[in-house]
Write a protein that binds this ligand. Structure first.
Ligand code: SF4
Ligand code: SF4
Ligand code: SF4
Length: 359
């Protein structure tokens, strides 16, 4: 039987050495708590006690910027995982990559960490929003460090935030992905509420971008790895078994974010939002957290009879999308609904046409 993958996101700190124009962590800047090895230890023990052998656990160190916690923290935390975890587990780091150095690389290699770094496209697109506090863009430093990872034979993934600028240039974005062979790309549509939304793409713009990108990708004999498209094709062929959290049938079942004080939230987008906190792992078991009324209520959001998504042709591929980019509170559908309808429909038509052409 295939094991279920659970992702535990450790929110290491909300501080960051960068000041990106779209950072959602800024709303949480007052929270100065930093994850300690002691908290990691207590939480990991609770997690190991709860999940049985049917599960594999991915521990993802997230931020702010997780490398700000320094090497000592990671040496001790990884050692602790080795000692306590009897399940199969993975370690991931989601980083802006600018603090990477030889010692970090060795540490990540020794502990088989998968690295996911942020880069939004070629320099003019990336440096528009991804900046140091001085205002200088990060492209040069990040790509140098990516080269360092390549030279050392270390695999990494790239998360690209799609904003109101790069969304207009799918061809350039596709050429950019081609320059990173064997790298898995995650596309994350930019979304900030209220007046900051001005730098987010409109849903129709995002849909057109995805369609153009898909057409380059599907026609390419050596396509780059773009997780959204791999997932859509897999879903169309095999039915939904999404690993991309946006289209998971219930992300609250398999994604959990833990802050420096041991509080547990649906994911890193909600850290600090007390009304969505499931409980505290320093004081309660993972069983109590998992069975909390809040988690159960979130878990039921897509199956509630008043969810209008249930009549959508693509419900089984989308499950109302992401709560963090929902139109109007976590119970409503994804703001990017129309973009997803556009790309699902386009990919489905493509598949149907290809099948008809088969002898
Ligand atoms: S690197 Fe991440 S945490 Fe840091 S400012 Fe940019 S978006 Fe925010
Ligand atoms: S809320 Fe959105 S970003 Fe968070 S785990 Fe669920 S789908 Fe992913
Ligand atoms: S595509 Fe839109 S309507 Fe359909 S399930 Fe997704 S969010 Fe709901």
């Amino acid at each position: 039987m295939q094991k279920k993958l659970v992702t535990i996101i450790f929110q290491t700190t909300s501080s960051c050495n960068l000041k990106c124009g779209y950072c959602y962590c800024r709303s949480n800047e007052d929270n100065t708590s930093r994850l300690s090895v002691d908290t990691v230890g207590k939480c990991v023990q609770r997690i190991a006690d709860f999940f049985d052998d049917d599960y594999e656990i991915c521990f993802l160190f997230h931020g702010g910027e997780p490398l700000l916690l320094g090497k000592r923290f990671y040496k001790d935390a990884f050692q602790f995982l080795k000692q306590r975890m009897e399940h199969k587990y993975y370690i991931g780091i989601q980083t802006n990559l600018v603090l990477l150095d030889d010692e970090f690389i060795e540490l990540f290699r020794e502990n088989c960490c998968s690295i996911s770094a942020s880069l939004d496209g070629y320099q003019p697109f990336n440096d528009l929003y991804r900046k140091y506090h001085s205002g200088q863009g990060t492209y040069v430093d990040v790509t140098l460090n990516m080269r360092l990872l390549q030279e050392r034979g270390i695999q990494y993934g790239i998360v690209s935030v799609i904003n109101c600028q790069n969304v207009r240039s799918p061809r350039e974005f596709y050429c950019f992905t081609k320059e990173h062979p064997n790298v898995l790309f995650g596309l994350s549509p930019m979304f900030l509420k209220e007046n900051e939304n001005v730098i987010a793409p409109y849903p129709d713009q995002l849909g057109s971008f995805l369609i153009a990108l898909f057409d380059f990708w599907i026609a390419d004999p050596t396509p780059p790895r773009i997780s959204l498209f791999e997932e859509i094709i897999r879903n169309l062929v095999e039915g939904n078994r999404s690993t991309v959290c946006t289209f998971h049938h219930d992300c609250s079942e398999v994604f959990f974010a833990i802050d420096g004080d041991g509080n547990v939230y649906p994911c890193c987008h909600f850290v600090g939002r007390g009304e969505l906190c499931y409980g505290n792992l320093l004081r309660s078991s993972f069983y109590d957290v998992y069975n909390s009324d809040r988690r159960r209520s979130i878990s039921e959001r897509t199956i509630r009879s008043n969810n209008p998504c249930q009549t959508c042709e693509f419900f089984e591929m989308c499950f109302s999308g992401c709560m963090a980019t929902s139109e109007n509170g976590i119970n409503s559908k994804d703001y990017f609904c129309n973009a997803y309808k556009m790309i699902f429909s386009h990919a489905k038509n493509y598949m149907e046409k290809s099948l008809r052409r088969m002898p």
